[in-house]
Design a protein around this ligand. Structure first.
Ligand code: ACO
Length: 459
């Protein structure tokens, strides 16, 4: 199989959301902290009738219907999620309900979990399957589904919720350049979920920012050196048209891109112009190398912050606007969607630039705390209907979905969080079954019975 990659995609996020400006005021944070400090605009959250299973049921059903895919044509189904509903039974098995109806139970794959990286692991599994000798000619299907919720405190505004679904096969408009990939995997306690009675993570926010940036540097170096071995010339920012990042909040994406420019400068990449070299000169002695050797993460974090202020604002801004900004729409509007975040950013790029993407190279950075990270490359082409960028654009209907949301005051959002703290891991309850805010065709939770079995209905 050639040009294996994403043939089709769709995104679902809850219609319930809270404005960051309102949340800021409600939380007593200084004005601009969430909107400018974190760079976020709005945050989606699951009401008591939605969860990661209902969102993925909705997303998968929509994709199959809208692209007219026969459910029998799916041969592999992989789910990436870090929202634990059951410690044994995979989310994938819930989704089998869709396929069993059509007599298709011959579908490989289970769930992949490691913080926000599970979706990328799932996607790689599907791509590898289609490229392998065990491929039976059918499609792979990848689902990234998460509800990101945090305890009260500084991390709470970095929540969000969504499910992204991607159909994988050959001759894709979003094709993998599989040789162009760099990973960094390591043991860290930056963000984890050891308390099985709570949906909330334990998070060392500052450490997680540093781990993210450090993984970014390492992955970029790795990808650059692989490119150089393959092509016999240096890789730099100018070799890719767009950079798409896992987006816990937008400010970190801004800092990340500035970091990549700094990397180019440190490697003395030919693409870095004289003005940039001059301005970055004083920072060359503060290079990241020392901080790696000493493993002095805090110092590295402080350096990254300095770099951000010095570099991001002055130097990287015009490049950021051209190469990164088009992918930031949904992450800013919906929040951190964990496994779905990176692919919601890719969906934003397609939404904003669909007609200009033919022949373009897009580099993606996937990060999951704990930690696992990969930078990889995609080559885009318009493709052929129904697997074309213009059809993906119209199926996803991003603008329409964003516009038809319902804003809730922060008090209601907090009430839902409190209710869900009791509902998490609970049995023997029925929900309000109130589907009035949901679009037709949306799945929702109706009941969890005395045996913890979950029941869903379709609006
Ligand atoms: N106006 C403008 N900017 C402001 C204001 C204001 N009124 N107040 C603060 N800021 C800025 C700060 O200067 C800082 O910006 P800088 O980093 O450029 O200096 C930014 O807002 C954040 O403020 P801090 O005080 O540094 O951090 P805070 O205590 O709010 O915590 C954090 C932020 C750590 C991101 C927290 O939200 C968190 O823990 N989130 C979850 C973890 C996370 O998302 N990690 C990322 C990778 S791992 C993952 O994907 C889960």
């Amino acid at each position: 199989a050639k040009n294996v990659g994403i043939l089709a995609m769709d995104i679902y996020f809850p219609p319930t959301c809270v404005q960051q400006e309102a949340l800021e005021a409600h939380d007593g944070a200084s004005k601009g902290k969430y909107t400018i400090g974190l760079g976020q605009e709005c945050m989606a959250f699951c009401s008591e009738v939605e969860d990661v299973i209902s969102m993925s049921l909705t997303a998968v059903t929509n994709l199959l219907e809208k692209y007219k895919i026969d459910p029998k044509q799916i041969g592999r189904l992989e789910v990436g999620s870090e929202t634990v509903i059951d410690k044994s039974k995979s989310i994938k098995t819930f989704l089998m309900q869709i396929f069993e109806k059509f007599g298709n139970t011959d579908i490989e794959g289970v769930d992949s979990t490691n913080a926000c990286y599970g979706g990328t692991a799932a996607l790689f599994n599907c791509v590898n399957w289609v490229e392998s000798s065990s491929w039976d000619g059918r499609y792979g299907l990848v689902v990234c589904t998460d509800s990101a919720v945090y305890a009260e405190g500084p991390a709470r505004p970095t929540g969000g919720a969504a499910a992204v679904v991607m159909l994988v096969g050959p001759d894709a408009p979003v094709a993998f350049e599989s040789k162009l990939r760099g990973s960094h995997m390591s043991h860290a306690y930056d963000f984890y979920k050891p308390n099985l009675a709570s949906e909330y993570p334990v998070v060392d926010g500052k450490l997680s920012q540093t781990c993210y940036l450090m993984a970014l540097d390492t992955c970029y170096k790795c990808l650059c050196s692989k490119y150089e071995k393959l092509e016999g010339k240096q890789f730099s920012l100018s070799n890719a048209d767009y950079f798409v990042f896992h987006s816990p909040y937008n400010k970190l994406v801004q800092k990340s891109f500035a970091r990549l420019l700094f990397n180019d400068f440190m490697r003395n990449a030919s693409s870095v112009d004289e003005a940039t070299k001059e301005k970055l000169g004083p920072f060359s002695t503060l290079s990241g190398d020392e901080s790696y050797q000493s493993r002095d993460l805090e110092k590295f974090g402080a350096l990254a912050d300095t770099m951000h202020r010095q570099v991001s604002q002055q130097l990287a801004k015009p490049l950021y606007d051209a190469k990164v900004q088009p992918s930031t729409l949904i992450p800013k509007q919906v929040g951190n969607m964990y496994t779905a975040s990176l692919y919601a950013a890719l969906a934003s790029l397609i939404h904003n630039k669909h007609s200009e993407l033919d022949g373009k190279r897009v580099v993606l950075f996937s990060y999951g705390s704990g930690l696992t990270a990969t930078m990889f490359s995609l080559k885009l082409s318009e493709g052929r209907h129904p697997f074309s960028l213009s059809n993906i654009l119209s199926v996803m209907n991003v603008a329409g979905k964003l516009k038809s949301r319902h804003e809730f005051p922060p008090e209601n959002f907090v009430e839902v969080m409190k209710l869900m703290e009791h509902r998490y891991g609970a049995k023997d309850f029925v929900t309000s079954k109130d589907s009035s805010l949901l679009a037709p065709g949306t799945y929702y939770l109706t009941e969890v019975d005395s045996m913890y079995r979950r029941f869903y209905a379709k609006k």
